[in-house]
Write a new protein. Structure first.
Length: 383
């Protein structure tokens, strides 16, 4: 081997042997690693992520590492803490590790995608991380309920529980409005207190209840009640639905309200009645019946009413016939209108009087007796 060849061989041997020696020396000098098991996390906008990160000292000397985060977008916020303290540096003894937390807040207004950033321990080590924003961020308000539809009669109060979410970066004062039909009443409650507005912190949710009361005479059917939460910069709408099944209420009375009548023995009397639908549901198959004294007769025209619409009334004529054996005095005749759902009754006081013919006959009899006495007195009184 020539001197030149020997020199080159020695040079390459020394060069190749020097590289691992230098690399090993640097690792021993640095000897610090950053570790967390969750290096890529997918979250929706507005979420906060808490990382638990270990700073591990593999070297033989104590390491005082300056901690920093780089690569996060400017609108993202982060904080590093150990124990209850916010930290910028962390010291680790040889062969030990220290754990600190990193909290990263993903803003609400953010684009969908993957975001890379790095946690560094000065020049001693680094930890690359990634956050995947799973959906396009919003900057708006959400007004929702799990039960937008309720059913009941016109005397019910319908209570809807809703959630008002402020998906903005600022505190909002929302005005609460309801566009209810005429005669309906809508009352908002925030934190169980009646209110016309609600204040909601950023990215927070307030519980709102809406008490809806329909008019007493509302007809059966389905009614939409739009409600809104609004500010100068954002708003949200929610549509509620109330299904009125109808209330059944009926009144049996007279046009004048008078519940008494006079009748002579053995004669008939016609009484005008009204069957009134005072509820909100239609009345069907209304039957008319009576409870009367013995040997009396009561008939109705009509005896059956097919239907009575809400708020309307149907005239009925009741014919009452007193018994021929009835004695003068007051009698009670009970009349009733009923359906399978509801009934109404009216008690009439019927005063029975004797016929005028019998009165005149009595007067004539008395006069006849008096005339007979006078005749006898004139004829035999002088003897």
């Amino acid at each position: 081997m020539t001197m030149r060849t020997y020199s080159l061989t020695l040079f390459f041997a020394l060069f190749l042997g020097w590289l691992p020696i230098k690399s090993f020396s640097q690792d021993s000098i640095r000897g610090v690693a950053l570790y967390t098991p969750y290096t890529e996390i997918a979250v929706p906008p507005g979420e906060s992520i808490d990382y638990s990160i270990d700073l591990i000292n593999h070297s033989q000397t104590t390491k005082n590492a300056r901690l920093s985060v780089s690569g996060l977008p400017g609108s993202w916020k982060h904080e590093m803490k150990a124990g209850n303290w916010t930290i910028n540096r962390l010291s680790v003894l040889p062969g030990e590790k220290k754990t600190f937390s990193l909290k990263v807040e993903v803003p609400l207004k953010v684009n969908k995608g993957r975001y890379h950033f790095t946690v560094s321990a000065g020049g001693l080590g680094s930890l690359p991380l990634a956050i995947v924003v799973s959906e396009q961020g919003t900057y708006q308000t959400e007004f929702t309920t799990n039960q937008p539809n309720m059913e009941g009669n016109s005397k019910s109060t319908f209570t809807f529980n809703a959630a008002l979410k402020n998906s903005t970066a600022e505190k909002q004062l929302y005005a609460l409005l309801a566009n209810a039909p005429r005669g309906w009443n809508a009352v908002f409650k925030a934190d169980y207190k009646q209110a016309t507005s609600a204040q909601v912190e950023p990215n927070a949710t307030a519980n709102i209840s809406v008490d809806i009361t329909p008019p007493v005479n509302v007809a059966a059917g389905s009614y939409k009640i739009p409600v809104r939460a609004t500010t100068g910069s954002t708003s949200a709408d929610l549509e509620l639905e109330v299904v009125i099944t109808g209330s059944y209420q009926m009144e049996l009375t007279t046009p004048t309200g008078l519940l008494s009548a006079d009748i002579t023995v053995g004669s008939t009397k016609k009484i005008d009645l009204e069957v009134k639908n005072a509820g909100s549901a239609e009345l069907k198959d209304v039957q008319l019946t009576s409870t009367k004294p013995v040997d009396w007769e009561v008939t109705f025209e009509p005896a059956k009413i097919d239907r009575v619409k809400a708020g309307e009334s149907v005239p009925v004529v009741a014919t009452v016939k007193a018994s021929k054996k009835a004695l003068p005095g007051d009698y009670v005749v009970k009349m009733e209108s009923k359906t399978p759902e509801v009934a109404s009754a009216a008690e009439f006081r019927v005063a029975v009087k004797t016929s005028m013919l019998w009165g005149w006959l009595g007067v004539a009899l008395i006069l006849g007796v008096l005339g007979g006495i006078y005749y006898l007195f004139r004829k035999y009184g002088r003897r």
